[in-house]
Design a protein around this ligand. Sequence first.
Ligand code: ZN
Length: 304
Amino acid sequence: MQHVFSGNPFDRGEVERRDPKWIESTARQPGTRVLPLWKLNVLINRNSSASLGWLGPEILEARSPHAPAPILLGLMNGVAHYAVDVSDVEDPGKLGLPERHRFEEARAAAADVSASETGIIAQAKAQLDWHIRHRYCSVCGHESVPERGGLQRHCLNCNALHFPRTDPVVIMLVYIGDRCLLGQTRARASAGFYSCLAGFMDQGESIEEAVRREVREEGGVELKSVRYHSSQPWPFPSSLMIGCHAEAASDHLRFDAEEMTDVKWVSRSEALSALEGKHQTLKVPGPIAIAHHLIKAWATGQVA
Ligand SMILES: [Zn+2]
């Protein structure tokens, strides 16, 4: 199943990005397409239907000479595509953008653009964000330099290489018979909002072990089985959501009040009406999030 923020169509140019001269000269060639992001908001073209606001290489000249190098996203039909951080320009209105182009928050923009473009947003946002957060070498503290079109940073002081990070998160719909387990975190309590249980994977842990641990910690529920369903890149800032279904061994609940304000069993019919936005009190995530599809797959009988 293909979720929002996946489906990126680019050939990521593994061979081309080994050549720093190619990367630098191609970025400035006519025909090259450049996607600017300003404070991690992505440029959207609102002429007719919403699409990514690709510009020509001239946008690179609008920035200060010290601005970070553009990153190479990849190639499509032989055309190189780059993303560039234009946050050094204080007022994006002064960039001379085409009509009806504006910088938009990634999640809101992803709801409007095509499926494959959401994958490009995920790649561009997560990678530019990583460069902003990882400018200095974590080994010796010197400033490092981007290489391979942004797919690594190299510390020229101690020679350490650093690679863009992706943080795996397990997200699981636990069920038993005709009921599923939904939880409410402190952050979403006021909105009556419930979702699948989820948490970052620990180091030295398999996906199945992480699912069992998180469900035990957050809900006090032991599991009979764990099965993988699908995954979703989630560029806030750089997670990979690993979606699973898990059958509970019993319906005994003992939730962690530190982490969760509520964890409860919800019937199949209640889950279905919440998915359609028709439930009086229960709200669940919309189709942009993998949680929606994990709940839906179970509620519509696709999980045996
Ligand atoms: Zn270093």
